[in-house]
Ligand binder design. Structure first.
Ligand SMILES: C[S@@+](CC[C@H](N)C(=O)[O-])C[C@H]1O[C@@H](n2cnc3c(N)ncnc32)[C@H](O)[C@@H]1O
Length: 188
């Protein structure tokens, strides 16, 4: 049990809590089983708004059920669509965009996030991000294509204007196969 080094998703949540006030608009770019979507709905509260994306109908259905069971359906809008089409759906400034890459736990492991669509989605996220907002990305590299996705993503992040964005990562040295965390902050 560690105070600071919890699991990678919890670490992402620590950053989100520090920059997403109640009433914010946020995006879950990979809803999966809906755990992050529910977390975000609880974080932004009744006056906030959460948009969610997934390419799998199974994920959208499971998440809609989870959200309804917790009484947040009125503030959560789910799109059965790829996050690379984000700008076609979300037209307002957002406080945070959350990615949890890889495959749907308990689902089809051959359906994974991919280098080109992930980079497009992160690029689009940075456009709609409010000053002071963050994009958080939990990155797995163990599945086929995972390494290529990581490389493409970091290559893109290295090109960001350092006056406008700061992109950092928190990786583990002695935790084999643990996903790592990327945080991109937009300057105020
Ligand atoms: C690791 S899971 C997400 C877990 C989720 N955040 C949760 O809390 O349960 C990754 C999800 O990304 C989805 N995905 C893959 N490619 C996508 C794309 N282009 N756009 C949106 N979602 C995608 C997969 O279908 C899968 O459900």
């Amino acid at each position: 049990m560690f105070k600071f080094f919890k699991n990678t998703v919890d670490l992402a949540h620590d950053y989100l809590e520090s920059c997403v006030p109640p009433g914010s608009v946020v995006v879950d770019a990979t809803v999966g089983n809906g755990n992050d979507t529910l977390y975000l709905a609880q974080l932004v509260g009744r006056r906030g708004k959460v948009y969610g994306f997934d390419i799998q109908e199974q994920a959208i259905r499971a998440t809609a059920d989870l959200i309804a069971a917790h009484g947040f359906s009125d503030i959560v809008t789910l799109f059965h669509a790829g996050h690379e089409k984000l700008s076609g759906y979300v037209k307002e400034p957002v406080a945070a965009v959350v990615f949890n890459l890889g495959y749907l736990p308990g689902g089809d492991h051959s359906i994974v996030t991919r280098a080109d669509s992930t980079v497009t989605a992160v690029r689009e996220s940075l456009v709609i991000l409010k000053p002071g907002g963050i994009v958080s990305i939990v990155v797995y590299t163990g599945h086929p294509g995972g390494r290529e996705e990581q490389q493409a993503l970091e290559e893109f992040l290295r090109t960001l204007d350092k006056r406008k964005f700061c992109a950092g990562k928190l990786d583990f040295i002695n935790r084999d196969k643990a996903p790592y965390l990327i945080i991109i902050e937009k300057s105020l």
